[in-house]
Design a protein around this ligand. Structure first.
Ligand SMILES: NC(=O)c1ccc[n+]([C@@H]2O[C@H](COP(=O)([O-])OP(=O)(O)OC[C@H]3O[C@@H](n4cnc5c(N)ncnc54)[C@H](OP(=O)(O)O)[C@@H]3O)[C@@H](O)[C@H]2O)c1
Length: 268
């Protein structure tokens, strides 16, 4: 079924093509997460600093969905001991393992997180996570990490939308076999009234949010939109069953102005 579409990771594992973000999902998080799992979401993105890990674990246990059918992404911070932080995250989640642990952002001062990576490799070796990756890394930072750690991350999670993206990053990740995971894929709802988006939504009988997410899916990018409202959860999941034309994909690509809802794109 289309809604169970998955992306292959270099390690032989696979990841759902779309997931649920949980930043700021602190109010009534458990019912929202339970609703999402009931609707069919199978990938959840969290982090120790989102304060949603306990709720994610609680909703997963209440769902009684087989753990192997779920894909849980969490993150370690740049000043963490990555191994210990992964163990702490798992304790908060109440899970035995994560599917993917990311370095949340490169450490300051030109470091690329070699020690963090080593800690994550150990966590993976000990079965605490299936895969490891990075977030908010530029292509140069990934390349430097690859040189030092002799391993390519499976994912780079970065802010990504037609208003702010990079063909260089996409080409690089395709070449290296890295999946781009799109955070803030809905621009934190700041650009949903864009004229081009609204016109395309009308043409396809969809919503602007669905056009944004479908653009990701067709690029092979995995968005993790956050939604607290049931209607939004439903709407966002229903993007795996329609297709944008090549001309409309290009029209969306041309909206790029390196826009960032977070302040700046760390990879441009
Ligand atoms: N790695 C990183 O550094 C990093 C940074 C930022 C975010 N992230 C991850 O990426 C996830 C997504 O980013 P985000 O939460 O910042 O923002 P986002 O997903 O771009 O936008 C969320 C906003 O869009 C609204 N929304 C959701 N679906 C909608 C729809 N169909 N129509 C209209 N509005 C809709 C939500 O409203 P309701 O909640 O009211 O439904 C919410 O206000 C985060 O939750 C987090 O997991 C990672």
């Amino acid at each position: 079924m289309e809604r169970h579409r998955r992306l292959a990771l270099r390690t032989g594992h696979s990841m759902p093509a779309l997931g649920l973000g949980t930043w700021q999902l602190t109010h009534d998080a458990v019912p929202v997460l339970e609703d999402a799992l009931r609707l069919g979401y199978r990938m959840i993105d969290t982090s120790c600093d989102y304060r949603t890990q306990a709720a994610v674990g609680e909703a997963i246990r209440a769902s009684e969905i087989d753990r192997s059918d779920l894909f849980v992404v969490t993150k370690v911070e740049e000043n963490d001991d990555a191994y210990e932080a992964t163990r702490r995250n798992l304790r908060e989640l109440g899970l035995e393992y994560a599917d993917l642990v990311l370095i949340h952002r490169p450490p300051p001062g030109g470091e690329v997180g070699t020690d963090l990576w080593t800690g994550l490799m150990r966590a993976r070796r000990d079965g605490l996570t299936r895969d490891i990756g990075v977030s908010n890394y530029s292509t140069a930072q990934i390349e430097s990490l690859v040189t030092k750690a002799c391993e390519v991350p499976v994912v780079n999670q970065i802010e990504w939308s037609p208003f702010g993206w990079s063909s260089d990053m996409l080409d690089y990740c395709t070449l290296r076999g890295i999946v781009v995971q799109a955070c803030c894929p809905l621009t934190r709802a700041t650009r949903l009234d864009d004229d081009v988006l609204v016109a395309l939504a009308a043409e396809y009988g969809r919503t602007p949010a669905q056009i944004l997410l479908r653009w990701d899916v067709q690029l092979g990018v995995a968005p993790v939109p956050r939604a607290a409202q049931h209607a939004h959860l439903l709407e966002n999941l229903a993007v795996l069953d329609f297709e944008l034309s090549g001309a409309h994909m290009e029209e969306l690509e041309e909206l790029n102005e390196h826009y960032s809802a977070l302040g700046s794109l760390p990879y441009v």
